[in-house]
Design a protein around this ligand. Structure first.
Ligand code: OOB
Length: 520
């Protein structure tokens, strides 16, 4: 069996501890500390409840003991699909306390992804929000997870917190993030308490959060950006308050920003654009918003410049990845840096290399492949030895698949992607994963998925198919992908047919040529 998680080599782990990056504390300790110092301050609110730090801890302990009585044990894995609510936070801290490792599935995932996560991790539980579509997924993946609970089931659980066993240590796994991926199946990203808590602390410091911060979580909370960069966990680290938006529409978000005096929030470019358009159309200007973070995909620099004018808030660009490294522009940076770069690493211990096709460093300022290693960047995906052999260099650098250049100020500019992935408004689509499904259609002999430029999303996906059936329609292909049970954002926006796909000299599908030919 492949190793579940690749540890950092001892010399690195020792250094990260000695230099104080890894504190030896867990998320359980973090919450205990906050409860000791500010029990009655509000930790989180959603549309139905308000939780103080003490209530968050108390509820998490009850749920932890309930899950324990249901047989969940330290080291078990639970696939968790949750929405933006206080319940999710309670559940996460319950799982942290038990040492049960949540797989942070997104609300958009469907039976293909959920079934795969459950089987690949031999999950002890699948916990879902409940309601029609999720009940359906639960029935479909029924045999893949040992137990299935709705969020309501879990919240009703309780037991005796005094009989809970020891919590996990900081070198154990805290959670698993998911990779957007560029292979046939999504990859799981194992994050330890030591490394994840450090990324949260570094983020909270770079972003200057404090107990006065009110953080609005409008993106799906399980994603690494709104969860940890600095996100929900960074807000709790700073003793601040989290406001959950159940949906990211301007109606919901503007009302929450006004009502809760939100000071800090994060968005992908497509969402930031939507908010800016709506704010202008309504003549709305938030009173207390200090910072809008934008990341996850390229943000147009002209749009970037308009953020302060339209929203009255400063912009921070964020370029990060669930595998680890997160770069931020800093508040004290020049306009040139804030609007035209994607910032620099959060930690002085983040190492980056920008290299050519043969892994040799390029000259400063030239574009190249970004490789990275550091105290919160993984050394291997979960149970993926074969893939790990190529996704990391022999000396442990992660191959991000991004093409970047570093300017003289040390900031990175994302110039493109070498990985076979479509970035659809921040949602990452692995082209080979969708191609594999398309090829399983009886009438499709070959398929290539590419990204095409799109004003709203940055990129939209286009499936180019070779078929034996002249009557096959784009609509039927899209319906086929939808019915196969993939997350809906992976359904191709466009479907085109060609008699054959172009190939490069060494026989790979020539996606560069396809992108040019398919450009609208
Ligand atoms: C974030 O994480 P993931 O894992 O969904 O996606 C990572 C990839 C990066 O490798 C890059 O290709 C792209 O998303 N990306 C950006 C970007 N931020 C991420 N491309 C251009 N400009 C940016 N600012 O997306 C993520 C994780 C933590 C914080 C922020 C984003």
């Amino acid at each position: 069996m492949d190793a579940p998680f690749t540890p950092w080599p001892d010399e690195f782990a020792d250094r990260y501890r000695k230099d104080g990056y890894w504190s030896g504390l867990t998320f359980v300790d973090l919450l205990d500390q906050r409860v000791a110092s500010q029990p009655d301050q509000v930790a989180a609110v959603d549309s139905i409840r308000t939780l103080t730090y003490a209530q968050l801890r108390e509820n998490a302990l009850l749920v932890a003991s309930g899950l324990y009585e249901n047989g969940l044990r330290r080291g078990d894995i639970a696939v968790v699909q949750a929405q933006n609510t206080c319940q999710y936070l309670i559940l996460m801290f319950a799982l942290f306390r038990l040492g049960v490792v949540p797989v942070c599935a997104l609300p958009a995932h469907r039976k293909v992804e959920i079934g795969y996560f459950c089987r690949h991790t031999a999950a002890a539980a699948y916990i879902h929000p409940g309601g029609g579509e999720y009940e359906h997924i639960a029935r479909e993946v029924g045999n893949d997870a040992a137990q299935i609970f709705t969020m309501t089931d879990v919240m009703a659980m309780s037991g005796d917190p005094t009989s809970l066993p020891e919590p996990p240590t900081a070198s154990e796994l805290a959670l698993m993030q998911l990779s957007g991926g560029s292979t046939g199946v999504p990859k799981l990203i194992p994050r330890t308490h030591d490394d994840y808590l450090y990324s949260v602390r570094a983020a909270a410091e770079v972003c200057e959060l404090d107990s006065e911060t009110v953080f609005l979580c409008a993106l799906p909370t399980a994603h690494n950006f709104p969860l940890s960069s600095p996100g929900v966990l960074g807000a709790l680290y700073a003793g601040a308050q989290v406001v959950y938006a159940e949906d990211p529409s301007p109606e919901t978000v503007f009302d929450l920003i006004d009502r809760h005096r939100v000071t800090f929030t994060s968005a992908v470019p497509a969402l930031a654009n939507m908010w800016m358009d709506a704010a202008q159309a309504r003549g709305w200007m938030p009173e207390f918003l200090q910072t809008l973070q934008v990341g996850g995909a390229v943000f147009d620099s002209e749009r970037a410049r308009e953020v302060p004018k339209i929203l009255g808030a400063g912009l921070q660009q964020v370029f990060g990845m669930a595998e680890g490294l997160v770069c931020y522009t800093r508040f004290s940076d020049t306009d040139e840096v804030i609007y035209r770069t994607q910032g620099r690493p959060a930690s002085p211990a983040d190492e980056i290399r920008i290299v050519d096709e043969t892994d040799q460093p390029v000259a400063l300022g030239e574009p190249g492949h970004l490789l990275t290693r550091g105290p919160y960047t993984i050394r291997g995906y979960y149970r993926a030895d074969d893939h790990n052999a190529t996704a990391f260099t022999t000396d442990g650098f992660y191959r991000t698949g991004d093409i970047v250049r570093q300017n003289a100020s040390g900031n990175l500019v994302v110039c493109g992607r070498a990985k076979d992935q479509v970035n659809r408004g921040g949602e990452k689509i692995s082209a080979p994963e969708v191609e594999q499904w398309l090829r399983s259609h009886p009438d499709i002999v070959d398929a290539a998925v590419i990204g095409l430029p799109d004003d709203r999303l940055g990129q939209r996906s286009c499936a180019v198919c070779v078929t034996t059936n002249p009557d096959l329609t784009a609509k039927a292909v899209r319906a086929f992908v939808r019915h196969s049970g993939l997350a809906h954002y992976k359904i191709p926006d466009l479907v085109r047919f060609l008699p054959e796909l172009p190939h490069t000299a060494i026989g790979k599908i020539d996606k560069k040529l396809l992108r040019e030919e398919m450009r609208p």
